[in-house]
Design a protein around this ligand. Structure first.
Ligand SMILES: O=P(O)(O)OC[C@@H](O)[C@@H](O)c1c[nH]c2ccccc12
Length: 256
């Protein structure tokens, strides 16, 4: 499934490129005000931090929420105390778009993550052109040469890569890259199986200077506490915030 999601995302980007050539997107990317400092915003603190996600649906969970106004939802995330906003921009399975990201960027002053299946420089440039400060790189979807190229481009554009892993080998590859913001996704994107203890098993393997992000399957304050006890600096939460009361849930999660 991950290979298919990535192939589709790359095909969709190629189609957009017909109407908006790379040089144009690059110019738009360079014309943006500088990216916000996501490493500072997400730096380890004496409380857990939350990356709050705008997510309409997913291949594993189906439709979650209609979200007619992603900017308004992002503002409630900011009000509720989130440290960054993640915007799913994948259209086919997650119902997102780059327009969502642009709308969110205009509405909040927090760092914004482009959450998608990124495998080409064009998609990274699109992210910056839309105002993203962070870009997700999924280690399982990329070979080492792609990872290095995309990581370098993200860094050169002043953005931060959130490097997502699911297993010890992938975490080692993220460390090798020099990633400073590393996630462990509890969900295996090939099988969609959940492993809520994977983060805990990998926590000691993170490089000392990396910010540790636990991704997926946070539905309650207890889940946040579980990840926090295991060493998470940051949790990335989608479903619980788009299906429940975002401000109430954020305040419960931040009180952990
Ligand atoms: O809705 P959840 O279970 O809180 O999960 C959020 C986030 O971790 C999940 O959306 C995610 C993590 N990595 C991804 C990669 C692609 C698409 C989506 C994701």
């Amino acid at each position: 499934m991950l290979a298919e999601l990535t192939a589709n995302a790359v095909a969709d980007a190629l189609a957009r490129r017909e109407g908006r050539p790379l040089a144009e997107v690059e110019a738009a990317a360079l014309a943006r005000p500088p990216a916000l400092d996501a490493l500072a915003a997400l730096a380890p603190a004496d409380h857990v931090k939350v990356i709050a996600e705008i997510k309409r649906s997913s291949p594993s969970r189906g439709s979650l929420a209609s979200i007619s106004d992603p900017a308004a939802l992002a503002r409630s995330y900011e009000l509720g105390g989130a440290s960054a906003i993640s915007v799913l921009t994948e259209g086919r399975k997650f119902g997102g778009s780059l327009a969502d990201l642009e709308a969110v960027r205009a509405a909040v002053s927090l760092p914004v993550l482009r959450k998608d299946f990124i495998a080409t420089p064009y998609q990274v440039l699109e992210a910056r052109a839309a105002g993203a400060d962070l870009v997700l790189l999924i280690v399982a979807a990329l070979d080492d040469a792609q990872l290095a190229e995309l990581f370098a481009l993200i860094t050169d554009l002043g953005m931060t890569a959130l490097v997502e892993t699911h297993g010890a080998d992938e975490l080692d590859r993220a460390a090798q890259l020099g990633a400073r913001l590393i996630g462990v996704n509890a969900r295996d994107l090939s099988t969609f199986e959940l492993d809520r203890d994977l983060f805990a098993r990998l926590a000691d393997r993170f490089p000392d200077d990396a910010i540790r992000v636990a991704e997926s399957a946070v539905l309650s304050a207890d889940d946040v506490a579980h990840y926090r006890r295991s060493g998470a600096d940051v949790v990335l939460v989608g479903e619980a915030l788009v299906t429940g009361d975002p401000i109430a849930n954020l305040s419960a999660f931040l009180a952990v």
